[in-house]
Design a protein around this ligand. Structure first.
Ligand SMILES: Nc1ncnc2c1ncn2[C@@H]1O[C@H](COP(=O)(O)OP(=O)(O)OP(=O)(O)O)[C@@H](O)[C@H]1O
Length: 295
């Protein structure tokens, strides 16, 4: 397995604001990596730095090239869709397809057309006649039809309804991903990508706070559901978060052996969203703890 992205000591400032704070990241081929962080965490800035679209200090190597020196060569093997991507409004859908076919040697026009048949978009429509969600669908169809080694998606399903979001992620996994390609994806809708990721990276305030394969994530974190009788014992084992539910209490633990927890209640897998909230918003869970301490 070879490294597709290697980034070491990446730093970036806007004035006095440190937006990327000594980021180190390595992503191997065949991985589907979720880059997850709250608003303003630095996700887009990091993606842009990795693709040479923004200037950051540090060592960056993407598919064997330094994107700051050989950006066009690197981009031949990369497909990128930004959350702010636009298409010329006067163009017809058919013209947009022909345009990409003309500039991208690895574009599969028939595949793009096939993907569009899963939407309401007509080839004869002008871009300005499409809804916002349909423009995104068109973008995604164009991007997924490019045979790239690395696909970078920044909030790809923003503004899309749940039915199309599901269709898109199904297509990404079943039609696009071949086990060799690498996909780096940012989204706020963590629950929707959880099942397709091989690896997860949490970023907060410009720093990576978690970087694990899903397998090791599932070993590391566990959820305990318990009744009031075991709350004190559970708290003594230092959960990373605690919340009240209708039926009792739920705790998330990090690196606490399951044998120590099993007698306190029911154990379950902790979801990415639950751990994300626990790791990235500790003040919120501390508040929940205080509240539940009154009983
Ligand atoms: N051109 C700029 N000038 C000044 N500050 C910027 C600029 N671009 C981004 N920032 C700041 O850098 C930080 C990271 O922004 P970035 O867009 O990378 O976050 P993000 O994680 O992608 O957020 P979101 O999920 O809201 O899109 C934010 O605090 C933002 O205000």
């Amino acid at each position: 397995m070879s490294a597709v992205i290697q980034a070491a000591n990446i730093n970036k400032r806007y004035g006095r604001h440190k937006v990327l704070d000594n980021i180190n990241l390595e992503i191997n081929s065949g991985k589907i990596v979720g880059l997850i962080g709250p608003n303003g965490a630095g996700k887009t800035t990091l993606l842009q730095s990795l693709l040479g679209l923004g200037v950051a200090s540090g060592d960056i190597n993407v598919l064997g090239e330094d994107p700051r020196r050989a950006r066009s060569k690197m981009l031949e093997q990369v497909c990128f869709i930004a959350d702010t991507a636009t298409l010329p409004r006067w163009m017809k859908v058919s013209q947009a397809i022909e345009y990409v076919a003309g500039i991208h040697p690895r574009f599969d026009q028939a595949l793009a057309e096939r993907l569009l048949t899963k939407t309401q978009i007509k080839r004869t429509s002008k871009i300005r006649e499409l809804s916002k969600g349909m423009v995104t669908q068109l973008h995604l169809a164009l991007v997924m039809a490019v045979d790239a080694k690395l696909l970078v998606l920044d909030e790809p399903t923003l503004g899309l309804d749940i039915i199309y979001r599901r269709t898109f992620y199904d297509a990404l996994l079943n039609d696009y991903y071949d086990g060799d390609r690498t996909i780096l994806i940012t989204t706020h809708q963590v629950e929707e990508i959880e099942h397709l990721l091989t690896d997860v990276v949490f970023i907060n305030d410009g720093k990576i706070v978690l970087n694990e394969s899903i397998e090791s994530f599932e070993n590391q974190f566990v959820k305990l559901k318990t009744g009031p009788e075991s709350v004190a014992q559970a708290r003594a084992l230092k959960p990373v978060s605690e919340s009240r539910t209708l039926s009792g209490h739920e705790f998330i633990f990090e690196n606490v052996p399951r044998e120590r927890l099993a007698s306190l209640g029911e154990l379950a897998l902790a979801s990415l969203a639950e751990v994300f909230v626990a790791k990235v918003a500790p003040t919120v869970s501390a508040g929940a703890h205080e509240e539940s301490g009154h009983e």
